[in-house]
Design a protein around this ligand. Structure first.
Ligand code: NAP
Ligand code: SF4
Length: 666
């Protein structure tokens, strides 16, 4: 077996888990929607069939105050218990096990009724909490116990008590947020009592043969959080209180250290979990940025943890565990940690999906059934849209030919993969190339088909992508001007004084590439910890860096810098560029580019931004090739997807989704 430790059974006393893969909790936005529980049942059942040993649902609050948002995602009544039955039933029928996550948001709830140990507002929430009275503390403990009892009745195999990431239980644990003078505040011993009581009462309410996972923060990454020694005391206390498994949480949501974004290397925090594992006898789970079977195997083999939690990894590939068990690594669709379709969706109120697997979260709606009428399909363009379309069409039984003008599949992903922290894009390209090969897609590289070539196909899909925009600025042909493609493809090198025209996602990526290119921080846990100033004790130290070059970024609009970046990842990019003292200017008018640099008008004044290299990152236009030859063809009506359809707002998530949706309908 290729990953022997990962597939060793795990004995919990009253139940044996078949392997070491726990599907971590993800809030999907379906928790509070009409019909959401039925969709969740299909979503979890697919992951159970895919071989995950234990699944954790998204968070449900044990009472009203603990809801995460204004919509009710609560598990506290008999009606909730009845409505939920569909989920454990579907998972059990699929051969899996599932626990319900109980999450009380505390001061992180986005509504008016939030409560916390002390009335201290969180820096990431506009709403301020009310301090809980002693009676409310007591009632909340009972609410957790009642929810655990109901979870058992609903058919769940257990509960996960969410005690990390800065939610209510963490707020009780840390002096940062707990200023109480009663029996629930003050010394550590008092602050631990709330967490321990929840476990103790849930155990008493739900019985001995019921899984209680406690998700504890192994690293708080905020000032006033628990230190390493206190974390160990917490772990021992939870074990004594009756927890079956300790899962790891990393960092509070208000921490200013990336914990799951692409900037984080694989398995970056397993060392902190190891400390907890060494202190207790119950199984301990490592978490965050574990997306491949080899990193999971390594973590368990090294003795850092007994299990690994994978959440987004199983959004990207529900069959992850079965494929890993079979040793078929190349068949796994790896999560690239982009957050674009999962967390970014969640925080804009949309149901969660996955960039590299558009079917995630759509299990009852987007199905790739076998076709009854096999067609010949030409896909023109081997970027994200074309790859996704060709793979699904071939999987459905169509005979697919994919034409790619360059010598490699991947399109814009091949540019993204060189940006520091975006190396995972290479995984997607490799996965799709392998999938096309297994599905016997006729891939023709270095080939732009002509009109006649395409006439022989039943269906033609144009996925030719985009060309970088060349803004109409005097001097744009100056030899010092390069496009982002020139720079990211390595065709051109930048000098020491760089001006970047355009501040969208690609402008930020290019700046990061110039300033952090070659950094080990996104690849290596030690380099990452040093880069972000994380000490072994779990404290944060200030770090500085000497910029290797002077970069100025420019844009015409006046909105905030980087406002189009990912909702949950943009701050990481901004923090990196601030560290390198990148100069950012908005509301500028471009006058000309010449030997001296870029001449602009800003705040009514003319000035020159000195530059030996000017990099244009001014968005894209649809590639000309796709636009003209197909306008008036007889017979075949081409389909346009991705950048060929709409270059404005181009993004890989839309491209891959359009590819899959079109292929599902062909
Ligand atoms: P973009 O987000 O549309 O940004 C283009 C930039 O060029 C804007 O800052 C715009 O700003 C400027 N611009 C547009 N027309 C111009 C003109 N004629 N002259 C001068 N400046 C002009 O495009 P992108 O940065 O190429 O990104 C493409 C897509 O990929 C976007 O959807 C983006 O979200 C996505 N992406 C995302 C990330 C991420 O980190 N989440 C990373 C890479 C790419 P002004 O109009 O203000 O000058
Ligand atoms: Fe992973 Fe991106 Fe998919 Fe989220 S959207 S699961 S981060 S690949």
């Amino acid at each position: 077996m290729r990953y022997p430790k990962l597939f060793e059974p795990l004995e919990l006393g009253f139940v044996t888990l078949p392997n070491r893969i726990l599907m971590g909790s993800m809030h999907t936005q379906l928790e509070s929607r009409a019909g959401g529980l039925e969709r969740l049942a299909a979503f979890y059942a697919e992951r159970a069939r895919g071989g995950a040993a234990l699944i954790v649902t998204g968070g449900f609050s044990p009472n009203d105050a603990g809801n995460l948002g204004p919509h009710r995602a609560q598990f506290s009544t008999r009606e909730d218990c009845e409505r939920h039955r569909v989920i454990p039933r579907a998972v059990h029928e699929a051969g899996g096990r599932i626990v319900l996550q109980l999450l009380h948001s505390g001061r992180y709830g986005f509504h008016e009724r939030i409560v916390a140990p002390s009335a201290l507002k969180s820096p990431i929430n506009a709403h301020a909490p009310r301090e809980m009275s002693a009676a409310e503390v007591e009632q909340t403990l009972e609410d957790f116990a009642q929810a655990a009892r109901l979870a058992r009745e609903a058919g769940y195999d257990g509960v996960e008590i969410m005690g990390s990431e800065g939610y209510l239980i963490t707020q009780f644990l840390a002096a940062r947020t707990n200023r109480r003078a009663d029996a629930w505040g003050g010394p550590l011993e008092n602050r631990l009592r709330f967490a321990a009581e929840i476990v103790r009462r849930s155990r008493a309410a739900a019985g001995r043969d019921f899984i209680i996972v406690f998700r504890m923060s192994v690293l708080d990454l905020v000032e006033g959080g628990l230190d390493a020694g206190e974390t160990v005391i917490l772990a021992k206390t939870l074990e004594a209180a009756g927890a079956s498994i300790l899962n790891s949480g990393i960092g509070w949501h208000e921490a200013r250290i990336p914990t799951i974004a692409q900037a984080v290397p694989r398995g970056a925090f397993a060392w902190a979990t190891r400390r907890v594992k060494q202190a207790v006898r119950i199984p301990v789970v490592a978490s965050n940025r574990i997306n491949s079977p080899e990193s999971a195997e390594e973590i368990i083999a090294r003795g850092d943890a007994d299990m690994v939690s994978m959440a987004r990894a199983l959004l990207a590939d529900p069959e992850f565990a079965n494929k890993a068990r079979a040793g078929d690594r190349a068949a796994i669709n790896i999560c690239i940690a982009c957050n674009q379709a999962c967390l970014d969706h969640y925080f804009t109120g949309e149901p969660v999906s996955c960039l590299v697997n558009p079917r995630a979260g759509m299990e009852t709606q987007l199905n790739y059934g076998k076709t009854t009428r096999r067609k010949s399909v030409a896909v023109v363009g081997g970027g994200p849209a074309g790859l996704s379309c060709a793979a699904v069409a071939a999987e459905r039984g169509h005979e697919v030919t994919l034409f790619e003008a360059s010598g490699a599949l991947g399109g814009q992903f091949n540019l993204a993969r060189v940006v520091p922290g975006k190396q995972e894009f290479a995984e997607s390209v490799a996965y799709y190339a392998e999938r096309l090969c297994r599905l016997k897609v006729n891939v023709q590289l270095n080939r732009s088909p002509g009109y006649r070539d395409l006439q022989q196909f039943d269906e033609v899909v144009v996925a030719t992508g985009v060309d970088p925009r060349r803004p109409d600025i005097p001097g744009i042909d100056h030899p010092k001007v390069a496009s982002y493609v020139d720079i990211l493809s390595g065709r051109r090198q930048a000098g020491h004084e760089v001006a970047i025209i355009g501040m969208g996602g690609i402008g930020f990526d290019v700046a990061l590439y110039l300033l952090e290119g070659g950094s080990r921080a996104p690849l290596d846990a030690h380099a990452f910890a040093a880069h972000w100033g994380i000490t072994q004790e779990g404290k944060i130290e200030e770090t500085t860096s000497r910029p290797k070059l002077q970069v100025t970024m420019l844009k015409r609009s006046t909105g905030p810098f980087g406002h189009t970046l990912g909702r949950t990842t943009g701050w990481v990019h901004r923090a990196e560029l601030a560290r390198h003292r990148v100069r950012m200017m908005k509301g500028v008018e471009y006058r000309r580019i010449d030997d001296a640099g870029v001449h602009i008008v800003a705040e009514g004044k003319e000035l020159c931004i000195p530059a030996d290299t000017v990099i244009v990152c001014a968005g894209q236009e649809p590639m000309k090739w796709g636009q003209t030859p197909f306008q008036a063809r007889n017979g075949v009506c081409p389909h346009f997807i991705g950048g060929a359809k709409e270059a404005r707002e181009l993004d890989a998530e839309r491209a891959m989704r359009e590819g899959a949706e079109l292929a599902a309908a062909l």
